[in-house]
Ligand binder design. Structure first.
Ligand code: SF4
Ligand code: SF4
Length: 434
């Protein structure tokens, strides 16, 4: 066991593997407030990497409808229950102790999957390195189960109504949201820690977590040990496969997208219709902390503004996927999923200031990765009254600023204004113009 520092849980923890960190880390922000559940991302990934024999039930990218959907079914509820059983009443946060650098969401006082592993005896295969379970074939079979199924006030009045909920005028109290998921290319991966063959590794150049197919023997310990269930077994090859972060694109090898060899975003990110995805590479210090880099949009959203939060940080793997919590969902549900940073994140997203609004325009603005942004100030164009989560109203001032994004080679790749420009086509050239 090694003692490592996990900034997402605000403390040291034990990790059953030696500590080694990449120079850069693949990371992404998803904004479920904008996801329409169209599954374009899912099909973009499927048609690129998992269309072959034995991969039929394999979805490296999936979009599930929360709270009932899940791929595999109930993956999160099952693991949360196991953790609660291992540490009854103890899976709690202390959000009072926070510090932007070392513990931005406070301290998680419960057990991570690594710390809880010893609590579950496994006489059949010996001790687990990470608390987990192997989903059944049935649980993998319906990746989009409960699509668009809403719930009512179930999470407030437990047991009232399991599926459906209320829809009564004048106000609909039903809710659901789409949770898009890929492998989080975790800093302390549960899959890697669980592999007895040392077949799983993190690439030093970008932190992408890969499975060496020549070493894998298909024991499926990684399937058990990944809390997000993003390692998937392929029966035809008897090995496990997972998201590879489209690494040829990260390496700038797709000349169509990156003529100068600059890193590009993955297929699922590039295809996103709802513009909910922003992918990046963040610079990592030897002690695993993120290098202070405030003009990197990922650093800005995750570390400086804390508007995007990790998915189930309490699992302890330090996932590198971050989410802007959906505003309409009951807070208790969001806090168990994204930790105690939810209130602050929603407060900021509800009424973004000038800089945040500009950075949010970078989502899906270009297929190359934005490493640095700059903002050119524009004129004030509007004032909007915004109702905050507390019920108070605020006036949001909108400026027509321009955000400019640069790739790894410091070449300008995108320029977006806050106000969408309108173009009028000349009637003489386009007869169908109105
Ligand atoms: S999400 Fe799962 S498969 Fe991906 S790196 Fe983390 S533990 Fe491994
Ligand atoms: S393509 Fe984008 S909007 Fe559509 S389901 Fe995927 S993440 Fe959501």
């Amino acid at each position: 066991m090694t003692t490592v520092y996990n900034w997402q849980i605000g403390r040291e923890m034990s990790y059953p593997h030696e500590e080694r960190h990449p120079q850069w880390q693949f990371a992404f922000v998803f904004n479920p407030n904008r996801c329409i559940g169209c599954q374009t991302c899912t099909m973009a990934c499927k048609s690129t990497w998992t269309f072959s024999k034995g991969q039929e039930l394999m979805w490296w990218n999936n979009v599930e409808t929360k709270p009932y959907g899940g791929y595999p079914q109930h993956w999160d509820a099952k693991l949360l229950t196991m953790l609660e059983e291992a540490n009854p009443g103890g899976q709690v946060w202390d959000a009072r102790k926070n510090d932007a650098e070392k513990q931005p969401y406070g301290v998680f006082n419960g057990l991570t999957i690594f710390e809880a592993a010893g609590k579950k005896p496994r006489p059949d295969f010996g001790p687990q390195q990470a608390l987990g379970y192997l989903p059944t074939d049935d649980e993998w079979r319906a990746p989009n189960i409960h699509e668009d199924t809403a719930t009512g006030d179930y999470f407030q009045k437990k047991g009232k109504d399991q599926y459906g909920g209320e829809a009564q005028l004048p106000e609909h109290k039903v809710w659901f949201f789409h949770l898009a998921r890929i492998c989080n290319h975790c800093t302390y991966p549960g899959c890697l820690a669980s592999c007895p063959r040392n077949a799983i590794y993190k690439r030093p150049e970008d932190g992408v977590v890969l499975i060496d197919q020549s070493r894998c023997r298909g024991y499926r310990n990684c399937v058990e040990g990944c809390p997000y269930k993003k390692a998937m077994y392929r029966p035809t090859t008897r090995t496990t496969e997972k998201c590879i972060a489209c690494f040829p694109r990260l390496e700038g090898q797709d000349k169509e997208i990156s003529p100068t060899g600059a890193p590009a975003e993955t297929r699922c990110m590039s295809a996103c219709v709802g513009k909910i995805r922003l992918q990046g590479l963040v610079k990592i210090e030897p002690d695993a902390s993120w290098t202070h880099d405030p003009q990197n949009p990922l650093y800005y959203l995750v570390r400086r503004r804390q508007v995007a939060l990790p998915l189930y940080p309490q699992f302890g793997t330090e996932p590198n996927g971050f989410y802007i919590p959906p505003r309409w969902v009951p807070r208790a549900y969001l806090i168990q999923m994204f930790g105690p940073g939810v209130d602050r994140a929603i407060e900021q997203y509800t009424c973004p200031d000038r800089e945040l609004l500009a950075v949010l325009q970078l989502f899906r603005a270009n297929r190359q990765i934005v490493f640095r942004y700059e903002i050119e100030e524009g004129e004030k164009v509007a004032e909007i009254e915004v109702t905050m989560p507390s019920g108070e109203t605020k006036v949001q001032e909108i400026y027509n600023d321009t955000v400019i994004g640069y790739n790894k080679h410091q070449e300008e790749i995108v320029r977006v204004t806050i106000e969408e420009p309108t173009f009028e086509r000349p009637a003489e050239a386009h007869v169908n113009s109105i």
